[in-house]
Design a binder for this molecule. Structure first.
Ligand code: ATP
Length: 237
């Protein structure tokens, strides 16, 4: 579903944010991406999403290059940044319909999905409010609903649990599992190692732009906790 080969990205020559990064995310994977602050997670996610150019290497979504076929790739995926910037002058429902229009989701399907996700996130009574009047967590929930509205084959999430209350975080984890059970794939960054350990079947640890461990969760961490492994591998980051 997602293949990254030898990805390199520098900012202004000096800072090598991503250094020869390769990894593969398969259908059904919930793939966690962890690393210290400044390790290169957001840079990688933005490059995959097709909103940040990179110096060399390749990124393929379902076999298609994000550089050569960006629209075809974007049709198949959704990306929620760590701080989603939504259109504050729209109401929640106007924004969700706008996103559904972009992805060509039929009226029947969008109504069904908006109801399902908005009810689960307890957002239905707030969808007629202006986004500008919503709290940070509510905006995060609207961003999540908008990402699920076209049932993406690849869902990219940057720190998705930050700002969500425990119930909403639990609901999101349930939808992440449901999406992957249906054959989609998720690649997401998080600093919450307990969540990553429980939720992910695969994990990559990035340190100073380089992958230092990647693969099946059980094989990567062995008998250690993910926290212990992370601290060992990222010492002196
Ligand atoms: P965090 O966990 O703090 O969100 P991250 O792993 O997402 O960190 P990135 O945001 O990808 O890390 O940053 C990787 C490196 O690239 C850091 O050294 C950062 O300072 C640098 N960097 C990121 N964006 C820019 C930019 N626009 N211009 C210059 N340097 C940047």
């Amino acid at each position: 579903m997602l293949t990254i080969e030898h990805l390199n990205k520098s900012y202004g020559g000096d800072v090598k944010a991503v250094d020869d990064l390769s990894l593969t995310v398969l259908p059904g994977d919930i793939y966690g991406f962890i690393g210290h602050n400044g390790a290169g997670k957001t840079t990688t996610l933005r490059a995959i999403a097709g909103i940040l150019s990179f110096d060399s290497g390749s990124i393929r979504i379902d076999g298609k290059s994000i550089v050569e076929e960006p629209i075809a790739c974007k049709r198949e995926m959704a990306y929620i940044p760590d701080n989603p910037d939504l259109y504050e002058h729209l109401t929640g429902i106007q924004y969700l319909n706008f996103v559904a229009d972009i992805y060509g989701v039929s009226a029947r399907l969008r109504d069904e999905r908006i109801k399902k996700y908005a009810d689960a996130f307890e957002m239905t009574p707030r969808l007629n409010d202006l986004i500008g009047s919503c709290s940070h967590g509510m905006k995060q929930k609207i961003a999540v609903i908008s990402a699920l509205i076209h049932s993406p084959k690849l869902l990219l999430l940057d720190e998705p649990f930050v700002g969500l209350d425990p119930k909403a975080a639990h609901t999101l984890k349930g939808f992440m599992k449901e999406l992957c059970d249906d054959g989609s794939a998720i690649f997401f960054s998080t600093h919450v190692l307990e969540v990553a350990e429980k939720l992910c079947n695969k994990i990559a640890i990035i340190k100073n732009g380089r992958i230092v461990a990647a693969g099946d969760m059980d094989k990567v961490k062995g008998d250690e906790s993910l926290e212990t492994l992370f601290l060992e591998l990222t010492e002196h980051a």
